[in-house]
Design a binder for this molecule. Structure first.
Ligand code: SAH
Length: 186
């Protein structure tokens, strides 16, 4: 099973109609569409990406799928989650997805960076509801990817978050899926 599918399988277990969720790396919009379907007509997806190209492409996809009312896009760095999302929904976000690295077929310079990735992840956890879930796919094969991966491991340990990891294949540089769960307010 591809890691993106595995991430969806895990997310599905915790998503219900009416949920509010975050897509921290919109990319080509596939996670955004998946999340929008899961949260139903009364749910909300807050979707972040730095690149106009990603937001435009994903908006087209969301329109084609007739899911426009469920999604709010922010062309912004995901480290600004707490600037854009109202403080009232802190503790009320049921799921957050990250798919790191660069947009396949896009600008390989527009890559996620450890400092902003880690900041976004800490904010995501703060916004997450108890029993919520964060899925994050990290890529170790490209320049800087391994450093980002190692810093994620350190952060998760330091924060004592509950986390399971799933490698995509058996190689040392396989992409890795992190499933982080929140069981109590901390
Ligand atoms: N590597 C994945 C796709 C990742 S797409 C795969 O192979 O399928 C990653 C997306 O994150 C890109 O669209 C990129 O523009 C976006 N991105 C990079 N840095 C970001 C940041 N700081 N904030 C928000 N989005 C960012």
């Amino acid at each position: 099973m591809r890691l993106t599918e595995r991430a969806h399988t895990e997310l599905k277990k915790f998503l219900n109609p009416g949920d509010q969720v975050i897509d921290a790396t919109t990319g080509n919009g596939y996670d955004t569409v998946f999340l929008a379907r899961q949260v139903g007509t009364n749910g909300k997806v807050f979707a972040f990406d730095l690149q106009a190209e990603s937001i435009e492409e994903s908006t087209r996809l969301i329109e084609a799928e007739k899911l426009v009312q469920r999604v709010t896009f922010f062309q912004s760095c995901h480290s600004k989650i707490s600037e854009f999302l109202p403080v009232e929904i802190k503790g009320g976000i049921q799921a957050v997805t990250f798919n790191l690295g660069y947009l396949p077929g896009g600008d390989k310079q527009m890559i996620t960076h450890p400092d902003t990735t880690l900041s976004a992840l800490v904010q995501s956890y703060e916004y997450l509801s108890v029993n919520g879930i964060i899925s994050l796919i990290a890529y170790r094969g490209h320049d800087g990817g391994n450093r980002e991966y190692n810093q994620l491991i350190e952060l998760i340990k330091k924060m004592k978050w509950s986390c399971q990891t799933y490698p995509g294949n058996e190689s040392d540089h396989s992409p890795m899926l992190f499933i982080i769960r929140k069981f109590k307010t901390d």
